[in-house]
Design a protein around this ligand. Structure first.
Ligand code: 6SY
Length: 266
């Protein structure tokens, strides 16, 4: 079946994504309780013990809430850079040495036929990363929790077939919302979260290649709506002269309360 994935959950209440090939299966982040992750995996017909490892993007609780319990239960290796390990160790509890794996930022590794590339992103965590997954000539990129898309990130994301891209907030809804101003400033800043407009602008530079689907992700439940996110991204694309046919490209949804269907990347 080739490279495929399901976003189990996306948003500030918890993030987790499974990426699989016929020979490898990994989880990116465990932002819900271990029990809930097991339940969602079962819904998508995977067993925790069948996973080959867990890749961590950063130490915020919506990405590591169930990490310790889940990894211990299924004896899974956890991959993260050294500084993220330092930042999350106290929260996730004791992890046996053989399960602790250091994956330096901007490095590449392989599990069977699955190639995993980590890349640095700008977010208010100690050393946050995104991941690209490649197998069978297909490329899936995960890009959430980033304040802006740097030229380096843009180069990393080139030639993706499918992306999971942050579209966190509508700027006006956030400005008018109930969060304290210092939090709003952090979310809007360079180490915060991508707005719907920023997601659209990033796509203007990525849509020229092989990109077929983009899953809008990490939507704020306070300051966004899926329909508004799609409309804004589409408007930015059209304002910049990018028009597409439905069979060429699609914007897809992720959810905070249920998993997406399996998507076979190519
Ligand atoms: O100082 C800060 C900066 C950010 N945040 C998070 O950013 C998130 C943006 O999406 P959201 O609206 O679903 O939730 C927000 C918060 O979880 C925070 O709690 N404190």
């Amino acid at each position: 079946m080739g490279l495929r994935f399901t976003v189990l959950s996306s948003g500030s209440t918890g993030n987790a994504t499974v990426v699989s090939t016929d020979s490898a299966s990994v989880l990116v982040d465990v932002g819900l309780s271990g029990k809930k992750i097991d339940e969602l995996l079962r819904e998508r017909e995977i067993a925790g013990q069948d996973l080959d490892g867990i890749f961590v993007t950063h130490e915020h609780s919506d990405h590591i809430k169930g990490l310790g319990a889940f990894a211990r239960r299924h004896r899974l290796p956890i991959y993260a850079n050294e500084r993220t390990w330092g930042a999350m160790l106290r929260t996730i509890g004791e992890i046996p040495d053989e399960q602790r794996k250091i994956l330096p930022t901007d490095s590449v590794m392989e599990i069977a036929d699955l190639r995993i590339e980590s890349y640095a992103i700008s977010h208010d965590a100690i050393e946050p990363v995104g991941y690209c997954f490649l197998a069978d000539g297909a490329k899936l990129s995960l890009a959430t929790d980033l304040g802006y898309v740097s030229d380096k990130v843009m180069r990393q994301l080139q030639n993706s077939d499918v992306m999971v891209l942050e579209s966190n907030h509508d700027v006006d809804m956030l400005r008018m919302g109930r969060y304290p101003w210092n939090i709003k400033r952090r979310i809007l800043g360079d180490t915060g979260h991508l707005s719907n407009e920023a997601a659209g602008e990033a796509l203007c530079r990525l849509l020229t290649g092989s990109l077929r689907r983009v899953y809008l992700a990490h939507l704020s439940q306070e300051h966004n709506l899926m329909d508004l996110a799609k409309l804004t991204v589409n408007t930015v694309l059209e304002d910049n002269g990018y028009f597409y046919q439905k069979d060429e490209f699609a914007l897809c949804e992720t959810y905070h309360d249920r998993p997406t269907l399996w998507d076979v990347v190519k």
